[in-house]
Ligand binder design. Sequence first.
Ligand SMILES: Nc1ccn([C@@H]2O[C@H](COP(=O)(O)OP(=O)(O)OP(=O)(O)O)[C@@H](O)[C@H]2O)c(=O)n1
Ligand SMILES: C[C@](O)(CO)[C@H](O)COP(=O)(O)O
Length: 232
Amino acid sequence: MQNNSQSIIAIVPAAGIGSRMGADKPKQYLMLGQQSILAHTLDVLLSHECIVQVIVALHPQDQYFKQLPQAKHPKLMQVIGGGERADSVLAALDHAMSINPCAWALVHDAARPCLRHEDINKLIGSLKQYPQGAILAAPVRDTMKRSDANGLITNTVERALLWHALTPQFFPIVALQHNLSKALAANVSITDEASAMEWAGVMPGLVSGRVDNIKVTHPDDLQLAALFMSQS
Ligand SMILES: Nc1ccn([C@@H]2O[C@H](COP(=O)(O)OP(=O)(O)OP(=O)(O)O)[C@@H](O)[C@H]2O)c(=O)n1
Ligand SMILES: C[C@](O)(CO)[C@H](O)COP(=O)(O)O
């Protein structure tokens, strides 16, 4: 895959505690086959020819990362993450700004180990069509319902233009760092990089990605991720 000019720095928010998983360790360190979820995710990013650096944001008390073989990879750097995912991403972006502010950030959840190079290539390849940046996403397939506080259906939501936002999310480092830091300073709820860009008036592109690029969140996601990994 040739990416012509752009330098790409991957950012991996990996400072979460995995509370919804309810495991005895942060979910990114749970085993998936022969290695941990985070190790799989790092392997995909470190092996991509267009990614020149990988910055992983870690929990301040992380005791696991240094045991990963990937921790010694020459392309890998680590920073201390923050209280929320967006804070961890911003900490990594601040570091990326000191490396190459003209590069692009490819932000990918540690908890999405099933990512494939074909999807990274699609996203990078969308740069000409979406110079403002873009995200991998999956069109909604099911009928979508909105509920009230009692779990009763209030209405059916038109699904034709609804997407599941995935990662990686791909933006110019300077613009993303600026907009994310401004949005967080304004106490805006930011759950992905695109929402910070949207808050600043940008309309990111949507690039259709594989539905097996799941985020391991709940216990039953582990078996699904293992199945998808076995087919990659
Ligand atoms: N303060 C945080 C919170 C989350 N993350 C990372 O952001 C990704 C997506 O977040 P999520 O799936 O919510 O992970 P957790 O926050 O660990 O899960 P939970 O919400 O169940 O605690 C994960 O790779 C997680 O490690 C992070 O870097 N810093
Ligand atoms: C970034 C993300 O994976 C896109 O769907 C999602 O917003 C992360 O949410 P989480 O609650 O931090 O897992």
